[in-house]
Design a protein around this ligand. Structure first.
Ligand code: HEM
Length: 403
């Protein structure tokens, strides 16, 4: 096996794909030191990753490995951080199904389709405001406020609180790259917890027709949702609801600007928006790696043994560039068909918000491309910087001139 490697150097963060290509060729299983989970086995090939999504020998909840301790149960991890981990992503059957069933109806394609007009209105207003500026940061001015507003409206988060929780979550995500960074996030985690408890109290006294109220009621009814699970659910939905889609729009816009002939094709053939969004998901990888899995037993894979209890990471961004599945994987082709990307994962944990992310990404990119045929980068490309969030791939800012 390749000696342990560091995937978080600034060079790899700026462009991980040449490294991933080398690993797919030489090291289908590679050891990487994960900031939270320590020595972890990263899988780099599409076929191994796809079969791992449905491999019952892998658990999402470390507590389901007999005799094992969750790393968050270590003595030095502040107990309040544990309140964030009882969510559906970090659970297995039967808890996973119980938690997912509580919210899945709000995210079905039919329910999401009903939100189309509301999303178009938000997009229109954000672009009107952006048009008045000479230079915009596409992320702060457009790609972020869109999903942040949509998920906040669905959940019922008051307008004045939205940027605050985004900053708290962003700080949390971007600073988990070391155990020390993790501990330094304790005050931030404490503030988030206080904020979630405030939201819960608000909907207990002022129930509305929103997801928060439905979840608060489920918790009050007793056996369907515990208090820690309620907090964790709010955390997951608010986080996954905006910190991912911002990267679809941000990375997607950058990829189109880097490939002017594809941008031109999309302008001339707006009906290609559906396959363009799928290709931008594949090419841009808003989620670079999903949540960790844990080996319930020794697993033999590609000539290696992954010992029982190990952490296993599925490198989605590598799978989506695998040459054995995608022809010319490093080429952006907005007409690519078939496009069996794994940007939303697979199996029982398949992204709950995929229909919503697709709707938001489609409307956002459609309107942006149509309204601003002259848009271009406002800084040299080399000056763009990538965030350090674990598992997510997104820019810190995307300065553009729109006209
Ligand atoms: C482009 C945007 C998005 C991408 C690329 C994305 C990607 C993913 C991926 C890869 C997973 C699987 C994680 C795993 O197996 O460990 C996932 C799960 C999940 N996503 Fe998304 N996501 C996006 C948007 C959203 C949105 C808008 C929501 C809305 C709340 C959302 C909510 C969730 C939830 C709740 C799960 C956990 C599902 C489960 O464990 O059953 N996601 N997402």
């Amino acid at each position: 096996m390749t000696p342990e490697i560091n995937l978080k150097t600034p060079e790899i963060r700026a462009n991980p794909y040449p490294t991933y290509a080398r690993l797919r060729k030489e090291s289908p299983v590679v050891l990487v030191k994960h900031p939270l989970f320590g020595k972890s086995y990263y899988l780099t090939r599409y076929n191994d990753i796809v079969s791992s999504f449905t491999d019952s020998r892998l658990a999402n909840d470390r507590r389901n490995i007999e005799g094992d301790k969750d790393p968050l149960d270590r003595w030095w991890v502040p107990s309040l951080l544990r309140a964030f981990k009882n969510n559906m992503l970090a659970t297995d059957a039967p808890d996973h199904r119980r938690l997912r069933d509580l919210v899945h109806k709000a995210f079905t394609p039919r329910r999401v389709e009903e939100m189309k007009q509301a999303v178009e209105k938000i997009v229109g207003e954000l672009l009107d405001a952006a048009q008045k500026k000479q230079t915009v940061d596409l992320l702060a001015d457009f790609a972020l406020p869109l999903p942040l507003t949509v998920i906040s409206e669905m959940m019922g988060v008051p307008e004045e609180d939205r940027l605050t929780f985004h900053r708290q979550m962003g700080g949390f995500l971007d600073n988990l790259s070391s155990p020390v960074g993790f501990l330094l996030q304790t005050p931030n985690a404490f503030n988030m917890l206080r904020f979630f408890r405030k939201l819960i109290r608000l909907r207990q006294t002022d129930p509305r027709d929103d997801l928060l109220t439905a979840l608060v009621l489920a918790e009050e009814q007793g056996d369907r949702l515990s208090e820690d699970e309620l907090v964790s659910m709010i955390f997951l939905l608010l986080l996954a609801g905006h910190e991912t889609t911002v990267n679809l729009i941000g990375n997607g816009t950058l990829a189109l600007l880097q490939h002017p002939e594809q941008l031109q094709k999309l302008r001339e053939n707006p009906e290609l928006i559906g396959s363009a969004v799928e290709e931008l998901l594949r090419y841009g990888n808003p989620v670079d790696q999903p949540s960790p899995r844990f080996a319930r037993e020794d697993i033999h894979l590609e000539g290696h043994v992954i010992p029982r209890g190990s952490t296993v990471m599925l490198l989605l961004a590598s799978a989506n560039r695998d040459e054995s599945v995608f022809e010319n994987p490093d080429t952006l082709d907005i007409t690519r068909k078939p496009n069996r990307h794994v940007a939303f994962g697979m199996g029982v944990h398949y992204c709950l918000g995929a229909p919503l992310a697709r709707l938001e990404g489609t409307i956002a990119l459609q309107h942006l491309v149509r309204r601003f045929p002259q848009m271009k980068l406002a800084v040299p490309e080399q000056q763009l910087r990538w965030r350090g969030s674990i598992g997510l791939r997104g820019l810190k800012a995307l300065p553009l001139r729109l006209s």
